[in-house]
Design a protein around this ligand. Structure first.
Ligand code: KG4
Ligand code: ZN
Length: 352
């Protein structure tokens, strides 16, 4: 039975239904959740094919697609959950960080629903959502924990001491981990999004073929930097091409991926040690990476820490994680008003 020990939580009666909406980037997602952690439905309409021809997400295209499909995604989520609108007790919607035009579609929809249904509204922080995806996967999991959140837009080490209580212990100073994967994939001509394609190529390559740099920065500092690694890979590709040498895409992919994963794993473990946190959770789109999942799990096992990572559909952008985070915000007493607005960048832990 979760959250018995957390007196800060004032949870609603059993059977509480939260509708989550997520439109911060290129997926239009709606989910119905029961009591915060039980997925009744999670529907995701991906726009990846629309953006592929541009090699990345085009904000204006993203907003238009959210507008075009959000209503249908809501209907599908209701139908799959077997619920009616009258049964929805709460609206939870991502208000930031993300693309403002994209966020606004979900925020406007969420506000309209909360108003029409006369139910409470919670604006949810996207990164807190990624972290809490782990609560859905592990119904017994509770803070305190250390989270490594790695996505296309973020690379964060977050200490969650209690529900609603977050401290960022490290973050990227330049590119996010997923962004680095996407850029290298583009340089290798693999396409978009790059993460899964590099992951796939890397399976056939030698991770020790090319010695790419690892930026550990200063001792006991948990910030990340991937721009040096990115430049090193681009330089390697340029000079190989100029020399007319053969480039092994699997070797480049495997060596690059190993460099990213080494840094992520080492920093996460050092941080968990220093802060004496026994539970490590991984989340965000890059958590889908097979090497990262495997290596972080091994490292945790070796050091007697428990390791958690959600299923793939809960790692990448989805609305179940937003409904879960919105549920706990509600239990903490937070409510958003109809003046809720989208925010491109907003610190974790801050309430709208
Ligand atoms: O969480 P997410 O769906 O969206 C953001 O909030 O950014 O993360 C998307 C990112 C992309 O950069 C994508 O290339 C990366 O996650 N990604 C991966 C893998 N699958 C997705 N990166 C590495 N390996 C993967 N298997
Ligand atoms: Zn995300």
């Amino acid at each position: 039975m979760p959250h018995l020990h957390h007196k800060s939580l004032n949870c609603p009666p059993k059977g509480w239904i939260t509708m989550g909406i997520e439109t911060s980037c290129d997926e239009t997602a709606v989910s119905l959740m029961e009591d915060g952690r039980k997925v009744l439905s999670s529907v995701i309409a991906s726009q990846i094919p629309e953006h592929r021809k541009f090699g990345g997400v085009v904000p204006e295209v993203a907003s238009r697609h959210h507008l075009e499909c959000i209503h249908q995604v809501v209907e599908e989520a209701m139908e799959k959950a077997g619920k009616t609108l009258e049964e929805v007790d709460q609206m939870a919607v991502t208000y930031g960080p993300g693309l403002v035009g994209a966020l606004l579609v979900g925020v406007a929809y969420g506000k309209a629903m909360a108003y029409a249904l006369e139910v409470p509204l919670n604006g949810v922080h996207h990164i807190e959502g990624h972290l809490q995806a782990n609560f859905i996967q592990y119904p017994e999991l509770e803070p305190p924990l250390l989270a490594l959140i790695v996505s296309g837009g973020h690379t964060h080490l977050v200490k969650m001491t209690d529900y609603g209580s977050y401290e960022i212990l490290g973050k990227t100073r330049d590119d996010a981990a997923g962004e680095a994967f996407d850029k290298i994939a583009r340089a290798l001509g693999l396409g978009y999004p790059g993460g899964p394609l590099i992951d796939e190529q890397a399976q056939k390559g030698d991770p020790e073929a090319i010695a790419f740099p690892r930026a550990f920065l200063e001792e006991a500092n948990y910030d990340f930097s991937f721009s040096g690694l990115k430049s090193a890979v681009l330089n390697y590709l340029n000079s190989s091409r100029m020399k007319g040498g053969i480039i092994s895409i699997p070797d480049v992919a495997a060596s690059f991926q190993q460099a990213v994963v080494d840094v992520l794993v080492e920093k996460t473990m050092a941080c968990a040690r220093e802060h004496q946190l026994l539970q490590v959770v991984l989340s965000g789109g890059v958590a889908a990476n097979s090497l990262l999942r495997g290596q972080l799990e091994n490292a945790c096992q070796k050091e007697g820490k428990s390791f958690h990572v959600p299923e793939l559909y809960l790692c990448t952008d989805n609305a179940a994680m937003i409904a879960c985070a919105g549920y706990y915000d509600y239990c903490l007493g937070y409510r958003s008003g109809l003046e809720l607005n989208a925010a491109a960048s907003v610190p974790i832990g801050q309430r709208p």
